[in-house]
Design a protein around this ligand. Structure first.
Ligand code: PMV
Length: 319
């Protein structure tokens, strides 16, 4: 029996991933670019070689769907694996558009491979994390990370890659409009969007140019350019969701309240830009010195705000 514990931070996409070109391998239809956040974290311990599979999620037995997903994922690490225990917990709301699956599968990939006694490169771990949840391939690294489309049919080159040098001290102010579990998981949402939205082809066509703009903005330390492409990518993604059949809307009234507040801040000369994922919560990109003011502006619309700095790489230790 051997055991390893991993820690990983969630990442928030600045240029979004939405839509798969291969469902089984979780290969994306578009490239994307993200920021890994400090403080919010998944801690996952894997014990390799127990008497039966036992999976705990935030201290309770994982529901059957999650348990099946974890079991399948562990078999990617070793198809002849022994029974394992997995104990995973988040210090932030799960499944509410706060990217808990990104840190979740990054931590599980790291802990499972280490507990199994294997040594994989970070790229291989990123490819593995991607199989659990696409966005997880970006959470192996801290700071700004790009997820390249890749060309290979087996997906071995579709993984995260850090944008270097990516130490740029920005802030993401997370406004939790609702911490309830989202009604439509992102995989189901992105597939129905891909199949039915007339806007989906335009979304795919413009994504690579958005990533280019985003990468350049990071390298130039140009917050306005990054904020603009982030908002544009976000709104294009949600437009494809709304125009699918059946329509898919993750926003709540508080989401629009936050968007109005961010526009008012910009009119007042504060550099602040908003993004939303598969949930109602709003994350606002700004400079550290403006983050308190942004949090105050969001406060009427949200349950809570968190001001988060860029986070570091995912880590693992064997014990
Ligand atoms: O990684 P998934 O399957 O949970 O999909 C994530 C999708 C978005 O969060 C909406 C966008 C992204 O790039 O993270």
């Amino acid at each position: 029996m051997s055991r390893a514990t991993a820690h990983a931070h969630p990442n928030i996409a600045l240029v979004k991933y939405w839509g798969k070109r291969d469902l089984a391998l979780n290969l994306p239809a578009v490239p994307s670019l993200s920021l890994t956040l400090a403080r919010f974290e998944t801690e996952t311990t894997v014990t390799w070689g127990t008497t039966e599979d036992r999976f705990l999620f935030n201290g309770e037995a994982a529901d059957p769907t999650t348990a099946a997903k974890i079991a399948q994922f562990l078999s990617l690490v070793d198809p002849a694996r022994p029974p394992c225990n997995v104990d995973t917990a988040n210090n932030f709301p799960s499944a509410a558009g706060l990217a808990s699956s990104s840190s979740g599968f990054a931590a599980l990939a790291l802990a499972a491979v280490a507990a199994s006694g294997q040594e994989w490169s970070k790229e291989q771990l990123s490819v593995l994390a991607r199989r659990g949840s696409g966005s997880a391939c970006r959470s192996l690294w801290g700071g700004f990370v790009e997820w390249k489309l890749g060309k290979r049919a087996d997906g071995a080159d579709s993984c995260g890659t850090p944008i270097a040098p990516s130490q740029w001290d920005v802030r993401m102010v997370v406004g939790v409009v609702s911490s309830k579990k989202k009604p439509t998981p992102s995989s189901a949402g992105m597939e129905s969007t891909r199949l039915t939205s007339p806007y989906f082809p335009a979304w795919v066509e413009t994504a690579a140019a958005d990533v280019e703009l985003g990468r350049k903005a990071v390298l130039d330390r140009d917050l306005a350019a990054l904020g603009e492409v982030m908002e544009s990518s976000t709104l294009k993604m949600h437009a494809t969701m709304w125009t699918g059949r059946p329509t898919l809307n993750y926003w709540l009234p508080g989401t629009l309240g936050c968007l109005d507040a961010v526009q008012a801040l910009r009119k007042a000369g504060i550099g602040a830009w908003a993004t939303m994922d598969a949930g109602p919560n709003v994350k606002v990109l700004c400079l550290p010195e403006d983050s308190e003011r942004v949090a105050i502006a969001l406060a009427p619309w949200v349950e809570r705000t968190d001001i988060l700095a860029p986070g570091g790489d995912a880590t693992v230790e064997q014990h």
